[in-house]
Design a protein around this ligand. Sequence first.
Ligand code: DAH
Length: 345
Amino acid sequence: MLQDKIKQFTAEIKGFTPASVVDVENFRLKFLVAKGIVKALFEEFKTVSAEEKRTLGKILNEFKQLAEQTYSHAQEQFADTEKKTQREEGDLTLPGEGFQLGSRHPLSLVRKEIVEIFKKLGFIVTEGPEIEDDWHNFSALNFPPEHPARDMQDTFFVEKKDGNDIALRTHTSSVQVRLMEMGKPPFRAIMPGRVYRNEAISARAHCFFHQVEGLYVDENVSFADLKQTLFHFVQELYGKDTKVRFRPSYFPFTEPSAEMDISCTICKGAGCQLCKQSGWVEILGCGMVDPNVLENCGIDSKIYSGFAFGMGIERITNLKYEIRDLRLFSENDVRFLSQFETELV
Ligand code: DAH
């Protein structure tokens, strides 16, 4: 009898407690597919008498609903647990999902390297403002009033003030003055920072670049100390087989002054395009601090002497990575930047 069958299957469905997705699928196959029980009972329903149809129709429809609801509840229940087990039992041996890290700017990498070398020699790091007054950028450093470096062509002026113009610093030597004004020797410091010059931008010149300046002032500091310090620096930076040579030069703030060359890092001294076939490339200016500069900063030049040096970080970086165009440093092209080391700090 149809009614008995409905009763029996209703009981079965009500007692349905699936233990896995397989049970849920089997339920569907048993009751809900085209050849399943629900369809079969509807077929049988067609054969019963009109009188029976009146009562059984309602019961049968309720049965159909019960089957469908039971199935969809079971499905929901296992959809949840399936996700959970995927999370909990995910394959732990799979490689982790990497995320992309940025890379350090080559100038930052090289600045850090320079700073580390000098730190080991007992130099501290000091910094000063990029907007400077005439005294710290020029006058205290022994630049005569009509010196060409004060010319509008080299310097970006910010404000004209009688006798003490405000400008963007043209070198980090200004930080030497600020340091010496602050206290008493000994001073042993390096000063990394950005500097500005009013120059046309090209592969070889830019209107801003970066320097590291160094200063050592104490009793009995000699040119031999200067040479040995810079020789050590170069060997640490470019390797033990790097040679150095000093050429006499002129800077207002040092006397005597020199420029230091190193054996070409590309051709190792044999001669190439970079060193213009000479085998040598210039990397920094240096000298003994002019007594006038010491006195300008309130330091007794009869007791104290010192050496100073200054280098462009761009130049040092170009030699290290063979970069031929200064503009690459400030264009923020990730194809260039991503070639450099990534630091996980
Ligand atoms: N200030 C110089 C420049 O910008 C570099 C320099 C040369 C710095 C000699 C020094 C030095 O401290 O002693 O070209």
